[in-house]
Design a binder for this molecule. Structure first.
Ligand SMILES: *Cc1c(COP(=O)(O)O)cnc(C)c1O
Length: 228
């Protein structure tokens, strides 16, 4: 496990390259001890992709300035479990999920910040909205809900593509996400859709170059994940 000093060095180096973008430390598979060490080193925003892990690691008290974001695909039957524990859900990919989050947030007296996940890399296997029309419909519905607040968009680069064209396709996908966000912001000028969550360990500089305001970085901070 890295020391606080090691985390500090890594976080500072990433921040020096990503400027004002929010750095989300993706702590999936990491222990609470690793999380707290990186917190001590300056990490404040944590990304997790499994509800069970969020329940295990973040059910107890935590520092006020420590924020936990759900970044993975969310099944509707787990919404009630996760809503009380997180500060943002970045992976909204249907109107029905958005409505469930709204209802669960009402129940626990909060207004949940959410991002719409868009599949601009156009990969079949990935979740996320794949058409602009669906995104616009969802924003129209969101305007009627009182306990969710759409704050922008999240997207991932392509996963299954030949390495020699990966960077190029990633850049295209991120550029599409940015264009969609600009268009939606114009159309829904009563909303603040300013968050663009784009970029992971392998492609966060492409994300930054394409306008990302939030990067989600796991491996580069904590090391390779061990799923065994
Ligand atoms: C795991 C994950 C990340 C971080 O990936 P790394 O390559 O480890 O930086 C970012 N976003 C999502 C949605 C993830 O599931």
């Amino acid at each position: 496990m890295r020391t606080v000093e090691e985390y500090r060095k890594i976080l500072d180096e990433i921040k020096s390259k990503t400027g004002s973008a929010v750095l989300v430390s993706v702590s999936k598979t990491r222990t609470l001890e690793e999380i707290m060490r990186s917190y001590e080193a300056g990490a404040r925003y944590f990304g997790e992709n499994h509800v069970q892990e969020i329940v295990e690691k973040f059910s107890g008290e935590r520092p006020q300035d420590m924020k936990v974001y759900m970044i993975g695909h969310l099944q509707s039957n787990k919404v009630n479990k996760v809503v009380p524990l997180v500060d943002m859900i970045q992976s909204v990919d249907s109107v029905s999920l958005l409505k469930k989050i709204d209802a669960a947030s009402l129940k626990c007296g909060k207004v949940m910040d959410v991002l719409l996940e868009v599949n601009t890399a156009e990969e079949e296997s990935k979740s996320g909205f794949s058409s602009k029309e669906e995104v616009i419909q969802t924003l129209e519905e969101a305007g009627k809900l009182k306990n969710v607040r759409v704050r922008g968009f999240m997207s991932m680069g392509p996963v299954n593509c030949p390495p020699e064209i990966k960077d190029e396709l990633t850049r295209k996908a991120f550029a599409r996400t940015r264009e969609l966000s600009v268009e939606c912001q114009k159309r829904f000028n009563n909303m603040d859709l300013s968050i663009l969550s784009m970029g992971m360990s392998g492609d966060y500089m492409i994300g930054i170059e394409e306008g990302s305001t939030m990067v989600r970085i796991g491996t580069a901070i904590y090391g390779e994940r061990d799923y065994a």
